[in-house]
Design a protein around this ligand. Structure first.
Ligand code: PLP
Length: 404
């Protein structure tokens, strides 16, 4: 049995009310709530360990450094990376992708070289490439999708040319919920000798990730979407690639020796971690990963799948319901519109009922253009949501509909 009642007790915020109604938090794709162990890790470390890492000989600094490096090993184990040197701490998925786009384009691409992305990317896996395109004249190619929200794999294969240098795709769409067949897509890219970056922002909280099994060259994710704190994330990269790439930012920590004439750079992973890292955040992130590991990623995936199927069935019974994204492989995200009701009106009225959903283009304007809409209402589920909450949500939609 999935211990839902015990799990909910670990998240104090779930007990609060909004406008005198019990909170129903369905905005998990934007950010997740935090269990006690994560919040307590932050306060405990500030209260009893806090000191800057790596540079100190004193006791506290060494203890803080050990916690920070232990967190790196926790991430390594969680995604099954070959080495802790392959785990770069960043501020989140966005910074991870910017780091890779910037260093990869600078060192591996010339004018006319191509990067392949997909029709369902978040802006943070589009705009970093556009910045590099305007700097270096690289070309962005886009994998199209069908009306169910599945990428067209034949069309994907046809995009490869002699000039293709990288594929950068999302694992799970934050709008459609589509789980892309990334293992297969990575194999296709590798058959063309092209490395692949996976945007894992929406997959890390919901499924077991094994970067070696996927054979991903790079994998990016954010701590706050997997029950960890804001401001910390990860770029995983195969050591052979990270060794080849130049530093991203410069400052303390990433250097070996500095003279006014010349600087030599530190080894991995520090080469990419300029300045004081978020060592409080890394430890708290490790606590979050420990938390989900204790429940089990398989159990979480199965439970969330049940919630998604149940919600979809209930929602489809509402007249005028349009669900965007009906891929065969789909995660815990449901984007929808009902009749002519504007997404903002639906979101605002649901909020009055204590139900938190997201509305708008979800940082995926090109996808909205493909769908021919301005925006959607998005409900996204997490390991602590319940069928009872889905009932409140579906009744809420019906109530809103009756007002129009
Ligand atoms: N990629 C996807 C698919 C996302 O859903 C998000 C956030 O919603 C991001 C990237 C950006 O994540 P962050 O804002 O944490 O850097």
């Amino acid at each position: 049995m999935y211990p839902i009642q015990e799990i909910r007790k670990d998240f104090p915020i779930l007990g609060r009310t909004v406008y005198h109604k019990p909170l129903v938090y369905f905005d998990n794709a934007a950010t997740t709530q935090k269990p006690r162990s994560v919040v307590e890790s932050i306060t405990n470390e500030y209260y009893s360990v806090n000191a800057n890492v790596h540079r100190g000989v004193h006791f506290l600094s060494q203890q803080a450094t050990e916690l920070h490096e232990a967190a790196r090993r926790t991430v390594q184990t969680f995604i099954n990376a070959h080495s802790a040197n392959e785990i770069i701490f960043t501020r989140g998925t966005t910074e991870s992708i910017n780091l890779l786009a910037s260093t990869f384009a600078e060192s591996q691409m010339k004018a006319g070289d191509e990067v392949i992305i997909s029709a369902m990317e978040h802006h943070s896996n589009i705009v970093p490439w556009q910045l590099q395109a305007s700097k270096y004249g690289i070309v962005i190619k886009v994998i199209p999708m069908n009306d169910q929200g599945e990428l067209l794999l034949d069309a994907y294969e046809e995009l490869f040319t002699e000039r293709t240098k990288l594929v950068s795709i999302t694992h799970v769409s934050n709008v459609l919920g589509t789980i892309n067949p990334v293992k297969r897509m990575i194999a296709t890219a590798h058959a063309h000798n092209v490395p692949v970056l996976i945007d894992g922002a929406q997959s890390i909280p919901h499924m077991k990730i094994d970067v070696q099994d996927l054979d991903a060259d790079f994998y990016a994710f954010s701590g706050h979407k997997v029950y960890g704190p804001t401001g910390i994330g990860v770029l995983y990269g195969k050591e052979k690639w990270l060794d080849m790439l130049p530093p991203y930012q410069a400052g303390g920590e990433m250097i070996q020796h500095v003279t006014f004439e010349k600087t030599t750079f530190n080894e991995l992973p520090y080469k990419f971690e300029a300045g004081t890292p978020d060592y409080i955040g890394s430890t708290a992130l490790a606590k979050a990963l420990d938390y989900v590991s204790a429940i089990g990623m398989k159990q979480i995936a199965a439970y969330e799948h049940e919630l998604t199927v149940y919600a979809t069935q209930q929602m489809k019974q509402i007249e005028g319901m349009r669900i965007f994204g009906e891929a065969k492989e789909k995660g815990a995200v449901i984007s929808f519109l009902v009749g002519n009701i504007h997404h903002l009106d639906m979101g605002t009225l649901l909020d009055q009922l204590g139900i938190a959903v997201r509305t708008g283009h979800h940082c995926a304007e090109p996808l909205m253009n493909r769908l021919g809409i301005e925006g959607t209402v998005r409900a996204s589920f997490a390991l602590y949501n319940t069928k009872e909450e889905i009932d409140v949500f579906v009744n809420g939609i019906r109530r809103v509909c009756s007002m129009f």
